[in-house]
Design a protein around this ligand. Sequence first.
Ligand SMILES: *Cc1c(COP(=O)(O)O)cnc(C)c1O
Length: 477
Amino acid sequence: MNSRQSLLRQLPSVDSLLLTPSLQSAATEFGLDEVKQHVRQVLADLRNSLRNGDAGAEVELQKDNMPDLISQRVLQAVQLSAVPVLRPVINLTGTVLHTNLGRARLPEQACQALYSLAAQACNVEYDLETGKRGDRDKHVQQEMCRLTGAQAVTVVNNNAAAVLLVLNTLARDKEVLISRGELVEIGGSFRIPAVMEAAQACLHEVGTTNRTHLQDYREAVNAATGLVMKVHTSNYAVQGFTASVGEQELAALAAEHGLPFVSDLGSGTLVDLQRFGLPPEPTVRSVLEAGADIVTFSGDKLLGGVQAGIIAGRADLIERIKANPLKRALRVDKLTLAALLEVLKLYRDPQSLPEKLPFLRDISRSQQNIREQAEQLLPAFRKTLGPGLVIEVRETSSQIGSGALPLDLLPSAALVIKPEPGATGSDAKLTGLAAAFRKLSTPVIGRIHDGEFWLDLRCLDESEALLDLLPELLDQV
Ligand SMILES: *Cc1c(COP(=O)(O)O)cnc(C)c1O
């Protein structure tokens, strides 16, 4: 009999493995079924390796402590599968509102509210005064109306949902007048024409890509027109020979024909961001004051809050929007409302926003401040990543992201890592480096640019958070 067959025969049983002390305590911690499943998997893998003539597995199993060896493997597998798949990462990409990394980070006040409401019942749709069914939008309505001057608001899952719901309510089977220069795509799946179709509204394009005049809208109005729409071109800019029609003129034209004027603002700025060194952006208030009947915007772009789509404007239109059965499908839960409300409350004191709202804190950091942090981290990086890699502090530009203010880059500083000049396999080294940072216990996400690995420190609150992770890199790179 060859050794492989004898090894196969010697493999311990599932039950005997479950009796080993390490797996017993694992069963207490992770559950017996969970451990048993991994025992079965590890045994099946070993059987397969042996049958396929894997010499490594044979040598390993010939050592006399086979059961220990196997339970060790099981333990590793159990622990690995206990690591959450959704977890915090450190965003050093240089894009502050990174959609794939969850956009805005929430302020402490919002986190506290989430914590206290998550495990409790709460009056999300219950009126504590009358003891009857309440209105879930009421909780944020007062605060939002105060900040924007809107008569009423309703909150849905995100701004894409807000646009869909508004169009489906106010322009179903009707035409929506919109400039050709505003048929935007916001990240792959959100394209104005596609949303229009999903909302069962008919797109009626007016003007040209670069120039649209009031007369174009005027000539397009007909019996089938449902509303006039303007989309804020937040993620690109048309420059050169251009013309577009302002909110005020469009609002007047719409009113003349008894049509609602809807403005999809996208980013949703609540205060003038010029005071934080950013260029002018229309605020929700300014667009409503210019005459928009409905404004839609995101909760997690320039507002700096939680993922949500906010629909603000005329009370009678908001009433109709809330009565649409789609609202039930698109509404938000108590946690979103709680976080949004806490973020809105911070806006009561705009002066303190940059201290309290992580998004504004990030974008208002000076290049000098970020460079100092980079220089402070540099020696530890050089020490850990050692010879073979060149590490420097370099100036860079961060972006706001999420299609907000695309042209405006924030002066920043980065740690830049690259293989020594002339090193072989540089590309592989670089992708290996980026992967090693992603494998850290708190993954660090940077970006590869021009043969170098860049860590833009703008969104790094605490240098220690990064320093503490460095030792993990020692056996990785
Ligand atoms: C970002 C954006 C959207 C989509 O908002 P989400 O919150 O990402 O769903 C829609 N319209 C405009 C103009 C935007 O900028």
